[in-house]
Design a protein around this ligand. Structure first.
Ligand SMILES: Cc1ncc(COP(=O)(O)O)c(C=O)c1O
Length: 414
């Protein structure tokens, strides 16, 4: 394989159709940010929007803003913008709450459609909150109504039996970045009468998705990663149109009522996706989300996918031509087609190496027990950043600088 040089990489940047998007973000000086898969960078438009919401809308127009500035419409409006990015037609996506809370709503809705079945099948190494939410629901409903069964990724297909009510999977694995075949698994599940819930936390905004075309039943996703809407930004959920008239929503709060301002004592869910709302939307965060989504109006998801494959492949190639990185083992699929926009590198001292890397200005994160996880957000990363990241990592491993005691001190958030 040809040895890649910095000049080759600069040529890739010069030809990058997404290069201009970088200017739409506020990026800290002298930092290479490989953690957009945890918390995306701040879009320039978000600062202006949040300032306006605080100064003018909340500060001056106060309660009138629910109508005159459309605060009440934000969950639907942002849901529609997300729908475009995930291959969903209108009236099926809404922004609200967190992934965890939305999973509770969708799991109870899906189980409600599956009388006589109780098993929720998932993957052992799914993101823990997904499993915890099933465990909580099982406690609440009893194991005769909801029972979690987890298997390894390899065993999933063999476990799709007609005992299973719901298959709940994360599309892109949070550690390894492995991508499930959404179309195939959804189809196989449907053949056995199983409903499918997909968690799109590591997919939305970075992979071209076709939820309608794949006949997905339900999905959740977050907006603080690749959608760059900010820390704790609202999540979203998708319910296929065909289920909307019949599903019920367990967290039946007033915002999901058909007529919340009639203040009726009896709950009557809104007819469409609106029934999946629960309480008052967090307007400042939702406004940030709305502005952040506009960054995507002129980008093609295929260009985004192409660039993430190139970015991760470039890192892997540079790592293979850098002897100092030999002690790191790739824990992501070696084939770029099969991984999302992240790379997981296994090392017994991954935590300290990650901290040393952060102190050198390259921000990644650590995922227990031994993973250095690097995310490649294509809208603000340059190919040249990959070159410099590999250089910094090589320097840390060569000098053993990660062994300095401060890099072993653990924080609450890793
Ligand atoms: C796959 C996956 N699901 C869920 C979550 C967290 O969801 P929540 O929005 O409830 O914090 C994460 C967080 O990183 C995640 O990676």
């Amino acid at each position: 394989m040809k040895h890649i040089t910095l000049a080759d990489i600069k040529a890739m940047d010069a030809a990058d159709p997404l290069a201009h998007k970088r200017a739409e973000f506020e990026l800290p000086h002298a930092v290479i940010y490989l953690d957009g898969n945890s918390l995306g960078c701040l879009p320039v438009a978000v600062r202006a929007r949040v300032t306006e919401v605080i100064d003018q809308q909340w500060g001056a127009d106060l309660i009138k803003s629910w109508n005159i500035h459309g605060w009440i419409d934000l969950p639907v409006l942002t849901g529609e913008k997300i729908a475009r990015l995930i291959g969903a037609g209108p009236d099926q996506v809404i922004s609200c709450d967190s992934i965890s809370v939305n999973l509770f709503k969708l799991l109870s809705a899906a189980l409600g459609l599956q009388s006589g079945r109780r098993v929720v099948l998932s993957q052992q190494d799914n993101f823990p909150t997904d499993l915890y939410m099933v465990q909580g629901l099982s406690e609440l409903l009893g194991s005769h109504r909801c029972q979690l069964v987890t298997v390894s990724a390899d065993e999933l297909e063999g476990q799709l039996t007609d005992e299973v009510a719901v298959l709940m999977l994360t599309h892109v694995n949070f550690r390894s970045g492995h991508i499930h075949d959404m179309q195939r698994l959804t189809e196989l599940a449907h053949k056995k009468g199983i409903l499918v819930i997909w968690d799109l936390a590591h997919s939305a905004g970075v992979l071209p998705l076709q939820l309608d075309q794949c006949q997905v039943d339900f999905a959740v996703g977050c907006t603080y990663k690749y959608l760059n809407a900010g820390p704790g930004a609202p999540a979203f959920l998708y319910v296929a149109e065909r289920h909307l008239p019949v599903v019920t929503q367990a967290l039946s709060g007033w915002m999901g009522h058909a007529a919340p301002f009639q203040f009726s004592p009896d709950y009557a869910g809104a007819p469409g996706i609106g029934k999946f709302l629960t309480g008052t939307p967090p307007v400042i965060s939702m406004s940030a989300l709305d502005a952040a989504l506009d960054v995507f109006t002129d980008v093609d998801m295929q260009d985004i996918r192409h660039k993430t494959k190139q970015l991760t492949s470039l890192f892997v190639t540079l790592a293979s031509q850098t002897p100092a990185l030999e002690s790191l083992t790739l824990a992501s699929p070696p084939d770029a087609e099969q991984r999302g926009a992240q790379l997981a590198w296994r090392h017994p001292q991954a935590y300290a190496i990650c901290q040393a890397l952060i102190s050198a200005g390259v921000i990644g994160d650590f995922r227990a027990p031994d993973i250095l996880r690097l995310g490649f957000s294509p809208l603000y990363l340059r190919y040249e950043d990959i070159w410099h990241s590999v250089q910094q990592l090589a320097n840390i491993l060569e000098t053993g600088r990660w062994q300095e005691p401060q890099f072993s001190q653990t924080s609450r958030v890793t």
